[in-house]
Design a protein around this ligand. Structure first.
Ligand code: ATP
Ligand code: MG
Length: 383
């Protein structure tokens, strides 16, 4: 798939900006706090309806304005698609596909596929289990948009069940009422678990192959899904039974804590190198290699499932990879995956990155043409 055009109105620090992507690689060059990541964030929103930086739409709207609009024109195998997302300071979003307002935002997902890689992704290794659950969930949203609905349902049931358990402090719970919430928790939770199992089963071997390649056969990456509810098989019946058993086991603790302790909201995804948890690997380089392997695996998996190469968004990470890893990434991308890259300086790039690249300069929420003189200066070429 190819993103031809992006238009931002009142988005973050952009008042009004049209961006035409004219090459397989676009380098967004600019000083700090100019709007480079904001631009990638707009693409991320079109892809997942989420920003990994903020959760409130208010933060995305240009200060002093009441709404913000992201518009894009995308070419996919079966034709051209216009996407638009209207974000409001207060109130709900409006998502539009080919000028038609969608009743369900779910139908917006899976149209523009993108894999993002930023320094925040190092938290996949260093961060808490929640970070890894968010990561796998976001991948599922793109591949299987119905998952967004499933997860939302699970979270709704979880919230209601938690508020019921909290009441246990003041009154004896009605067993029938608790039973009914248990049933719903199990039904929705089972759907979440089954999909997580499936995606990790597919992703893990691809990531391992990449990791072995990048680390030159010295290290073996294992991605293991460790669900809170451990079933013998990935069948609804088996998960159902394990869920029932575990809820029974934890019932007293749940009531005394007033909180649901059983279910996929407590899942973990373990990353292990050889036999050591990746977190324990101190080296930033190793952590970066691991995340790079995961990102390459995401690209490959989305392409396999969707049947078209997704976009790749590289926020500030390229300059931090050594030249060998940069080139490995480059050989995967070729001109197949449209790639948007942000950087504060071109100097740290291998010159090969500039082939088939378009360079756009970002300055205070505006894209300004890059003069040859500026480019030469950037690259340290005089005359
Ligand atoms: P860096 O190189 O530091 O990563 P960047 O170019 O990626 O910088 P961005 O994160 O894209 O920077 O943009 C940050 C700028 O956007 C800041 O100046 C910030 O004040 C501004 N900004 C963010 N949200 C809004 C908003 N809602 N309204 C106006 N300006 C905003
Ligand atoms: Mg940035």
């Amino acid at each position: 798939m190819y993103l031809n055009r992006l238009h931002l109105r009142h988005f973050r620090n952009y008042r009004e900006q049209e961006i035409i992507f004219s090459a397989p690689k676009t380098i967004l060059l600019g000083d700090n706090a100019q709007g480079k990541s904001n631009l990638l964030e707009a693409v991320e929103l079109l892809s997942t309806l989420k920003s990994h930086r903020v959760s409130r739409d208010r933060d995305l709207v240009l200060a002093g304005e009441t709404d913000s609009k992201i518009t894009a024109q995308l070419t996919r195998k079966h034709g051209s698609i216009d996407l638009a997302l209207l974000l409001r300071d207060k109130g709900r979003r409006t998502a539009t596909v080919n000028r038609e307002n969608l009743k369900r935002q779910l139908d917006f997902l899976g149209i523009l596929n993108a894999v993002e890689f930023s320094s925040l992704d190092l938290d996949l290794v260093r961060g808490n289990p929640e970070t890894r659950r968010h990561w796998i969930d976001a991948l599922l949203f793109q591949i299987e948009p119905v998952y967004a609905h499933i997860l939302h349902e699970y979270q709704r049931v979880l919230k209601q069940r938690n508020s019921l358990l909290k009441q246990a402090e003041h009154r004896t719970l009605d067993p029938a009422e608790l039973e009914s919430w248990n049933h719903q928790l199990i039904l929705t939770g089972t759907k979440v678990i089954r999909r997580r199992v499936r995606i990790i089963d597919r992703l893990a071997p691809i990531a391992r192959t990449w990791h072995t390649k990048i680390s030159k056969n010295t290290e073996e990456l294992t991605i293991t899904y460790t669900p809170n509810v451990k079933a013998i098989e990935n069948t609804p019946e088996s998960i159902y039974q394990a869920f029932v058993d575990r809820l029974h086991l934890r019932r007293i603790a749940e009531q005394s804590l007033g909180n649901t302790l059983v279910g996929p909201h407590r899942d973990e995804i373990e990353l292990t190198i050889n036999t050591t948890p990746a977190k324990a690997y101190g080296s930033q380089g190793q952590q970066r290699t691991l995340v790079l392997a995961i990102k390459l695996a995401e690209l490959e998996l989305i392409e396999q499932i969707v049947g078209e190469p997704p976009l790749l968004l590289l926020d500030d990470v390229l300059a931090e990879l050594d030249l060998t890893r940069q080139n490995q990434l480059l050989s995967v991308i070729e001109d197949r995956f449209q790639t948007l890259i942000t950087t504060t300086h071109l100097g740290a790039f291998d010159a090969k990155w500039l082939d088939s690249s378009q360079i756009l300069q970002v300055r205070s929420g505006k894209i300004v043409p890059q003069s040859i003189e500026e480019l030469c200066q950037e690259l340290g070429i005089s005359d």
